[in-house]
Design a protein around this ligand. Structure first.
Ligand SMILES: Cc1cc2nc3c(=O)[nH]c(=O)nc-3n(C[C@H](O)[C@H](O)[C@H](O)COP(=O)(O)O)c2cc1C
Length: 399
């Protein structure tokens, strides 16, 4: 059997293979609760053969959502999530919950709760200044991550993935561009990394060895003055030394300042402009080209940076970004990565892995046009794939 398809340990759990469905916010939760459509989405991915699917996005607080159509972890959400994890398990896959706080990426107007940023900053999404959390609020945020992990455990998840990327809250604390604090949560890298480290330890203390705990970490923000690879390497080394995490998934870019670095490929400017909320749409007309830069797509496009992490760390690492066929998966293992994560290729074809298992030469039909990106505002999907039901932002279903 190809090594990629052999069972593999991820901390306390064993996955049936080394392929993880990366978090792609599903846009199927208009009331911030699980819907049958969300269950179907993950059931289909699980039936398609992955070792583990990741439910995105499970915010740790109502204001930690990018907008109010996302789940936030609370007791009312558990029963639906339990149905979802049962459905995933019935297909032989494991389930991970991506937990986190969107921080400056949150739409305060939609959430009806302030967006948080490490330092004073204006939100182009809600046209308001964001709130800067003080010591007590930071402590509450750390506790909220631990609580969300406990709720994920109650809901039957096998793992939690903590979001330390894309300039969401923790990633914005790591970023020298966004974090100008003068207290113990800002300034030196030691201080900027404190929130990530404390959250990882709090989550581990909460769930012990009952769940795998991973984090999705930015290797770089991709903006001048933002987090760089050398700084992120140091943060990763501290996270490894703390021993709270079972693996790191390596990402790059900023949903706030440089989203295309996450994806590479075509910049879907026209499609994006159409779905943005009013004030943001106006700004996008002016700066769209600079905001959605184009990075040429190639398979394993984050490998060069990720290699540096592989060299410096001994903990398990998950390679992400442009992994769509068996050759690239094998390359990842040869380079010393323990798992691979796949996003867009599985939106295009949830059963891609099964097809690769039966024919090693299978190629993905995903053309990295990135038109799936703006579909997060309605129902996340590949635009070249028929979708039975689309849920509008106001919760209405369109056949
Ligand atoms: C439609 C869409 C939604 C996404 N939503 C999330 C998300 O909620 N959380 C997250 O960490 N990453 C999110 N991502 C990023 C993916 O997890 C992944 O980092 C990125 O797509 C690169 O992997 P790929 O080349 O396999 O697609 C999203 C990506 C897409 C295309």
């Amino acid at each position: 059997m190809n090594e990629i398809f052999a069972p593999a340990k991820l901390g306390p759990i064993t996955l049936r293979n080394r392929v993880i469905k990366a978090a792609t916010f599903e846009g199927r939760t208009p009331d911030a609760l699980v819907t049958p459509q969300l269950i179907d989405f993950h059931r289909e991915v699980a039936a398609g053969g992955v070792g583990m699917t990741t439910v995105a996005y499970c915010a740790v607080a109502p204001g930690g959502r990018t907008d109010r159509h996302q789940i936030w972890m609370r007791p009312e959400a558990v029963a639906g999530l339990r149905e979802l994890t049962d459905a995933v398990h019935a297909e032989g896959a494991a389930a991970s919950a991506q937990i986190g706080h969107a921080g400056p990426v949150a739409n305060a107007a939609s959430n009806r709760a302030p967006a948080l940023s490490p330092s004073r900053m204006f939100s182009p999404l809600s046209m308001k200044a964001m709130k800067v959390p003080g010591e007590a609020e930071i402590r509450e945020l750390i506790a909220a991550h631990a609580n969300a992990a406990l709720l994920a455990e109650q809901a039957g998840f096998d793992a939690v993935e903590i979001h330390f990327g894309h300039n969401y809250l923790v990633s914005s604390f790591l970023s020298p561009l966004l974090n100008h604090r003068r207290d113990k949560w800002g300034g030196t890298l030691t201080n900027r990394a404190r929130l990530a480290r404390e959250i990882a330890c709090a989550v581990r203390d909460a769930v012990g060895d009952r769940l795998a705990v991973t984090a999705k970490l930015n290797m770089e923000d991709g903006r001048r003055g933002g987090l760089t690879v050398p700084e992120s390497l140091q943060v990763a080394a501290w996270l490894e030394a703390d021993g709270a995490l079972d693996a790191l998934e390596l990402t790059a870019g900023s949903s706030l300042l440089n989203p295309m670095l996450l994806f590479h490929g075509d910049a879907p400017r026209r499609e994006f402009a159409k779905v943005l909320p009013g004030p943001a749409r106006l700004g996008f007309r002016l700066v769209g080209r600079a905001f959605l830069k184009e990075y040429p797509y190639q398979e394993a496009y984050l490998l060069e940076q990720a290699r540096q992490f592989r060299r410096e760390l001994s903990m398990p690492l998950i390679l992400l970004g442009g992994i769509t066929n068996l050759d690239t998966m094998n390359l990842a293992l040869t380079e010393g990565f323990d798992f691979v994560a796949m996003g867009r290729a599985l939106l295009r074809e949830p059963n891609l892995l099964r097809r690769i298992q039966s024919d090693a030469a299978t190629r993905s039909a995903c053309v990295h046009c990135n038109k799936c990106m703006p579909t997060i505002y309605t129902t996340t999907r590949c635009v070249y794939r028929p979708e039975r039901t689309i849920i509008d932002l106001d919760g209405r279903q369109r056949a």
